[in-house]
Design a protein around this ligand. Structure first.
Ligand SMILES: Cc1cc2nc3c(=O)[nH]c(=O)nc-3n(C[C@H](O)[C@H](O)[C@H](O)COP(=O)(O)O)c2cc1C
Length: 345
């Protein structure tokens, strides 16, 4: 499928997750079969653009295209400015965040809170499209099914966004009120798909090849987007691709391959964040990789007291060496999606 002029390798997308889908993780997902990966959201507040956090989020060095940057904010003019700013820094696609339920975002009336104010939401889409059009940059938008269960306005908004010139819509099958609780529903996503001509991406609680197949079939969406199930399991994309193409399961990865992938991931992670911050923020990734493995919980706890990258790399290598002495392939573990996760806005 295409987003504007960009032909994507497949229709399996990595979801934007603040504090998770940084450049190293996005590259890993792409390398392991994701056709597309959206960056973590960047604020539209100009005074924060020079901050270390925002500049790290805007770092796309060596990343395979198309480079998609997600912007979040509450005022149309500021969002338009943020789009232009990110285009100057290499963004090839601008994604508008109307899906995030994080308090920090919603208190300022951004993210999925915008879905409650349809006029403002539409004005934002129009302003961002207008700012991007002269650069030939497509605008996409990610939203939820609505503000609350009794107020699911995704279909109405989808039509308005399409009219505004938005070129792809992603729908997470939950309302703002749900946060990450309950289950995603796919009826509203199917209704959005039926209502618009632009490509629609289905998102929410997709963690297995069977779920990927069923959500694609049920919603008739053009693509699916995977968030939490890719945490500590970036090879999920090639597993989904294999199943969708062949109807059978790909064998779990070799322990030796995961050891190599995680060590490379950590090196890239330290490269982006530096030693001090890198070692600390890498802990959550390591925790996700080992979460369901034998001895994983104890290892995860032990990692919190390792304070330098050499120690972290050494411990990770030793953990996977020990696992490799028991089994060649990664044990088959339960899907990770559907859990509550702290959202860092
Ligand atoms: C830790 C975390 C951070 C997230 N950050 C963002 C974000 O920056 N922008 C956004 O649109 N959605 C964000 N989301 C929502 C995800 O993109 C996705 O819509 C949601 O997790 C549902 O998909 P899943 O069930 O596959 O995880 C975040 C989710 C998580 C768990």
């Amino acid at each position: 499928m295409n987003i504007g002029p960009y032909l994507l390798a497949n229709n399996l997308f990595a979801a934007p997750m603040a504090g998770v889908t940084d450049r190293p993780f996005r590259q890993l997902c792409r390398q392991l079969g994701a056709g597309y990966a959206v960056s973590e959201m960047v604020t539209s507040r100009r005074e924060l653009w020079a901050s270390l956090k925002t500049s790290r989020r805007a770092d796309h060095q060596g990343e395979p295209g198309p480079i998609a940057v997600q912007i979040a904010g509450t005022a149309a003019a500021m969002m338009a400015e943020a789009a232009a700013y990110n285009i100057e820094r290499g963004a090839q696609i601008i994604d508008i965040n109307m899906g995030c339920p994080a308090k920090k975002v919603c208190n300022k009336w951004a993210g999925s809170a915008l879905m409650q104010d349809e006029t403002l939401a539409t004005e934002i889409a129009q302003a961002v499209v207008k700012a991007c059009a002269p650069h030939g940059v497509p605008v996409t938008l990610k939203m939820r099914t609505g503000w609350r269960h009794s107020h699911r306005n995704a279909v109405k908004l989808a039509r308005a966004f399409e009219d505004a010139g938005v070129q792809m819509l992603t729908v997470h099958g939950r309302t703002r009120e749900q946060g990450y609780g309950g289950h995603a529903e796919y009826d509203t996503i199917a209704a959005v798909k039926a209502a618009v001509r632009v490509p629609v991406v289905a998102n929410g609680d997709i963690a297995t090849p069977e779920q990927a197949r069923d959500v694609l079939a049920y919603t008739k969406a053009d693509a699916i987007m995977i968030g939490r199930a890719a945490q500590g399991r970036p090879w999920i994309f090639r597993e989904l691709a294999y199943f969708l193409a062949n109807g059978t399961h790909l064998a779990p990865p070799l322990v030796a391959e995961v050891r190599r992938l995680l060590l490379e991931h950590l090196h890239d992670h330290y490269g982006l964040y530096g030693e001090f911050t890198g070692v600390r923020s890498a802990r959550k990734h390591i925790g996700w990789y080992v979460k369901s493995l034998p001895g994983g919980a104890a290892f995860r706890a032990r990692m919190n007291s390792v304070e330098d990258s050499a120690g972290q790399l050494h411990a990770v290598a030793a953990f996977f060496d020990e696992l490799a002495s028991i089994t060649d392939r990664m044990p088959v573990t339960a899907p990770l999606a559907g859990e509550e996760e702290a959202i860092e806005a």
